[in-house]
Design a protein around this ligand. Sequence first.
Ligand SMILES: [Zn+2]
Length: 382
Amino acid sequence: MGCSPLAGDRYTEADVALLAEQIRAERQQSGQGPYGVHRYKGYRGLAELPWFEIDPTGSLRCVDESVPIAIDMHCHFGMSVLFKPELALDARTDRVRHLLDCDGTNPGCDLDLDIYVNGNFTDAALAELRRGTVEQGLWGSASARTQTIPNLLGEMDAMRVGKAVILPIAFNFPFGDDLTESWHQAIEVTQTRSRFIAGASVHPNDDQAVERLESFAKAGARVLKLHPTVQAFYPDEDRVMRIYEAAERLGIIIFFHGGRAGIEPESRHAYAMPRHYEGAFANFPNLPFVVGHAGARDADAMLEIAMRHENVWLGIHGQGVTQLDRMIRRTGGERMLFGTDWPFYHLGATLAKVLIVTSGVGGERNAIRQAILRGNAERLLA
Ligand SMILES: [Zn+2]
């Protein structure tokens, strides 16, 4: 089999073909959906849209005061897990270097809001991302040094984002990685608890996962990030059930990376197939699950699964405007959650898409805009 990603029923030829077809079709259909062409030059280019302007410092700003103050359910800080001292998460720098550094050139990079967002990475930028995320994860890169608390707060203020859920990830490295603790600590030290909700993460391979989760819950964690492709597990495996049981008992929400992004190593694709999540959703009907990226490039399948399970919420980060419109038509906006995946992308990239798909004449989608940006998250976190 060599390098084949196929894994019996877990990953089939049909799965491989479906991903290739999704990537091909969305590129070909971009701009032909109900909202037409939405291509911009960098994040600053979003100032062409009616809700945004470039402020005197040259930064993008949302200037429409009717836009609800949002809750961002999907954020991270810059990472460094290997070498101490860690990144200075309390530092301010003149510019945020997002992982898709779309404002790093003038004019900015091509930003198409009608495709899955990572389709905006050029091959060269993708190679840089792969190199950079390894570097960042281990010892903190130059761009990670700009992905700080003050810089995120500046962007939140400019984008009318009131609060953000910060999602760490447990790698289970032999030397012991502790993003959950260090990010929680950074929020405490900077006294920014009014703006950030500290999430937690455990690794399914960790024998102490349940005990760790209990102590995170005691420290106030409300959301647990689990990442099937990075942590290499199927969400419906028996060994993960003890984590869901503990989460339900502790009143913790599960936040999954959901679906294939298409840029991860092929050997990891199997873990993220939507059908492998359904066992968890069905076995724990009282445990809320957020599916980050709404299934990513497997959004159609994930949407249908979410429609079958009322405990499943769709984190919308990454989806293009045509797909978001499809999701709204199917769900009425219920259980859809705003999220930006900062610092991969500027907060404005996702905000712009929500504003575009909820801006119908006569304001018939005003309530849906409020629900996606804020109301649904308030209900979930209540
Ligand atoms: Zn993320």
